[in-house]
Design a protein around this ligand. Structure first.
Ligand SMILES: Nc1nc2c(c(=O)[nH]1)N[C@H]1C(S)=C(S)[C@@H](COP(=O)(O)O)O[C@H]1N2
Ligand SMILES: [Mo]
Length: 209
């Protein structure tokens, strides 16, 4: 099968000597990291909702989501547990496509992306809206493997991988930042791997006393 044309080469893949963030090691396999059991979501059960501070709330069945326009992107992944993996190819629905359809209200400044079972992660809207982010349902030309979040996972390669919710169920647009699953447990509110934003440094979470 010929590999699909790449629409977006992620800018972080062009960082040269700075391409692998500090404190990270390259791996050749793709580790699976899940808090709890792997959920199995059938195409019939699948539902994706867009809610909160938007002009047009949205709800998609699997067929409806699959009918949305897609883009293909080559990117690197960086996990806070210190592994990084280069040159991975994904296809999916750009966040920009969702934003175009739901029209966030001016008060919306953050999002909370949700995933089964009971996962969530928060992002500033400026990170979520970047053109190199997407909800992806295809990896290397095949369906997204279930352990990696299939049928649909979020993909935000410029931040640590816990910001990319697997088994994605929706996105909520918010005025205030709201800690997700790992952020409530001490992970950073933004998670930039080049700044090593691994843990929260606000007072309740400081580790230096
Ligand atoms: N729904 C859900 N999404 C999730 C997680 C999870 O436990 N549940 N783990 C996060 C974490 S901590 C990481 S590092 C990545 C791991 O993705 P991978 O298993 O595809 O490598 O998924 C993120 N998304
Ligand atoms: Mo993680």
């Amino acid at each position: 099968m010929p590999s699909p044309a790449i629409d977006i080469v992620h800018p972080d893949t062009r960082r040269g000597a700075d391409r692998v963030p500090p404190g990270q090691k390259l791996v050749s396999g793709w580790p699976v990291l899940t808090a709890g059991a792997t959920p199995f979501i059938t195409k019939k059960q699948f539902v994706f909702t867009v809610s909160g501070l938007v002009e047009q709330p949205l709800e998609f069945t699997w067929e409806q989501f699959l009918a949305l326009p897609t883009v293909t992107m080559k990117c690197d992944l960086h996990c806070v547990t210190t592994w990084s993996r280069l040159d991975m190819t994904f296809r999916g629905v750009a966040h920009a496509e969702i934003i175009r359809r739901c029209r966030p209200k001016p008060a919306a400044k953050f999002v909370l992306v949700t995933g089964e079972p009971g996962y969530s992660t928060n992002l500033p809207l400026t990170d979520f809206a970047r053109p190199d982010t997407m909800f992806t349902h295809e990896y290397e030309g095949g369906p997204m493997p279930v352990p990696h979040g299939g049928p649909l996972r979020d993909l935000v390669p410029h931040l640590y991988l816990w910001k990319s919710a697997k088994w994605a169920t929706g996105v909520e647009f918010l005025a205030e930042d709201k800690a997700g699953f790992w952020e409530e447990r001490g992970y950073h509110m933004r998670g930039d791997p080049w700044k090593e934003e691994r843990y929260r440094d606000d007072p309740v979470f400081r580790k230096d006393f």
